[in-house]
Design a binder for this molecule. Structure first.
Ligand code: ME8
Length: 523
């Protein structure tokens, strides 16, 4: 059995979770569920990043102690995971002194032992929004373009990490795909950075300024820089630095870290350098997703285009949200999220598309065949071919299946394409092929009109309905990573278990409400 270790970034808890956080959890969950379905021993980690200046300030503003503030906010992130049906196996938070700190301390000590930490005076700029040291060239009109904040001028003694010493080795690892950075454009971005002059980085802050964090071992005058310890969550959660490192031994290195493009450098440069310095294996892949925008702009409170994920999920359900972000935000690129488009997709592709296809098919089986049909002979099933092609933009050019039976269409076209897409992190393509297949099934019904045919050739009408219903069931199995609840509801509607989906003996309709109810239907 293969092991598969997958992580999300850990979210800052300075404010409530936003759409970007929800997005990253969903796509990571899709990949994790897919690997579980393939039989891989999967470990899926997520969590929260709870140290740093940004959080201390937010706590101050809220009039709370940091520990109280982070605990309250963490709850909201955990509730979001529940609401989204995220199948994480673990949750780590960095203020956890029992689980996270020993790993952070151990890694720090290893860096120190390797001679890769040294004390020096730091003079420069710090952007609290980024929790990062910035330079003049990162600023526009003297302020950080991302946070519209003036960076702070800092002059202090810090520990520095010899990043410069590892730049060439990290570059080689990225170039050779020993550390795969996907998509290609992000790999190029990392390589461009590593080709320039890579400087050492400050890895601590004076504890007189920042007490909220992990103290530097043997030097409590200093607190670890938030990124220096946050990255360690990927191994501290596995028990690195604890009395029992069995899980770490088993699951490390990560098969994939899923992160957003704004934190690429930390993951594809700092983190591998830290691992190289301590002699630990590098993660195998870093998949970098894009940003969710609203009407082409970054979501921000000032612009007033912020969408609360909890509100959307409560109104439309987790699966509709999961479908929307997988299908509408091209994986690896920025994408737009608006309420209008969401409603359009919900009503179009989901309620009128998949929902309608399933309920019409079930209703015809109920009406014409008392709700139950037996599996026809293979020759019969094959005798009613589809007259349509899968929509071009998603159909694989390798297979031309015009005039094929639905089941050959499904195995040779849909399944193959879907599996290839999932294996290469093309989630948007994978869900799109299912969508195209449902459209094809709709067309199959339109072409053969089983509701008319039932009067003249009921046997043929039954075969057609079997082919459609069975293939809704088969596609529901593939759909599970994307829409777990809908997948289960479809199997239930047609009375087929997951284990039997490839060769059910019969289909028996069970009554149910609409899969994607309208506002009125919900009432
Ligand atoms: O960066 N669209 O935390 P974070 C899509 N604590 N993804 C977005 C997004 C958007 N609009 N905004 C943010 C941190 N993200 C650190 C990570 S990991 C050791 C430490 C993504 O709460 C972002 O790219 O600012 C990141 O992957 C994740 O959400 C958490 O962002």
């Amino acid at each position: 059995m293969l092991k598969f270790y997958i992580t999300t970034a850990i979210d800052y808890v300075n404010a409530s979770p936003h759409l970007g956080h929800a997005y990253e959890k969903v796509i990571t969950d899709v990949v994790a569920r897919w690997h579980r379905a393939q039989g891989d021993e999967t470990f899926f980690l997520t969590g929260t990043d709870e140290h740093g200046a940004k959080i201390v300030r937010a706590a101050d503003l809220a009039g709370k102690k940091p520990e109280e503030f982070v605990a309250d906010n963490r709850k909201q992130f955990q509730e979001l995971l529940e609401l989204l049906n995220i199948s994480n196996d673990d949750f780590i938070f960095t203020s956890d002194q029992k689980r996270h700190w020993p790993g952070a301390v151990k890694l720090w000590e290893k860096l120190a032992d390797a001679g890769d930490l040294y004390k020096a005076k730091y003079e420069g700029l710090y952007c609290v929004g980024h929790e990062a040291f910035v330079t003049e060239k990162d600023l526009v009109n003297g302020v950080c373009a991302d946070h519209q904040q003036k960076p702070e001028v800092i002059e202090e003694e810090n520990y520095f990490f010899r990043l410069s010493k590892y730049a060439a080795r990290v570059k080689k690892a990225v170039e050779s795909d020993e550390l795969r950075v996907l998509p290609e454009s992000r790999k190029n971005e990392v390589l461009a950075f590593l080709t320039g002059n890579v400087e050492d980085v400050s890895f601590s802050r004076p504890s007189k300024d920042i007490t909220w964090g992990v103290p530097v071992p043997k030097d409590p005058e200093h607190t670890m820089y938030v990124w220096a310890e946050a990255l360690t969550n990927y191994i501290s959660a596995l028990g690195y630095g604890s009395a029992d490192e069995a899980r770490f031994e088993k699951f490390w290195p990560a098969d994939v870290h899923i992160i957003g493009k704004d934190i690429l450098r930390f993951h594809a440069v700092y983190w591998p350098a830290m691992l190289l310095a301590t002699g630990l294996p590098l993660p195998k892949t870093i998949f970098v997703h894009g940003m969710i925008l609203s009407k082409g702009q970054k979501m921000s409170k000032t612009i007033g285009n912020v969408i609360n994920p909890v509100e959307m999920i409560s109104e439309f359900g987790a699966d509709a949200f999961r479908y929307f972000v997988s299908r509408e935000i091209p994986f690896g690129e920025d994408g737009d999220f608006t309420r209008e488009r969401f409603r359009e997709v919900y009503e179009g592709s989901l309620a009128h598309g998949l929902g309608n296809l399933a309920s019409r098919t079930a209703a015809m089986i109920e009406k014409y065949f008392s709700g139950a049909i037996e599996c026809p002979e293979e020759a019969e099933r094959m005798s009613v071919p589809t007259r349509r092609e899968l929509r071009k933009e998603v159909s694989s050019e390798r297979v031309s299946l015009s005039g094929e039976s639905i089941e050959r269409y499904f195995t040779l076209g849909v399944v193959r394409f879907f599996e290839d897409a999932m294996a290469s992190y093309k989630l948007t393509d994978a869900i799109s092929v299912l969508q195209a297949f449902w459209t094809l099934l709709d067309g199959y019904i339109q072409d053969y009109e089983p509701y008319r045919l039932v009067k003249t050739d009921p046997e043929k009408a039954k075969i057609i309905l079997w082919n459609v219903a069975w293939h809704i069931v088969r596609s529901a199995v593939l759909l599970e990573p994307f829409m777990p609840e809908t997948s289960a509801a479809l199997l239930k509607l047609f009375g087929v278990s997951r284990a039997d989906a490839e060769s059910p003996a019969r289909i028996v309709i069970s009554k149910s409400g609409p899969l994607f109810p309208s506002k009125e239907e919900k009432k």
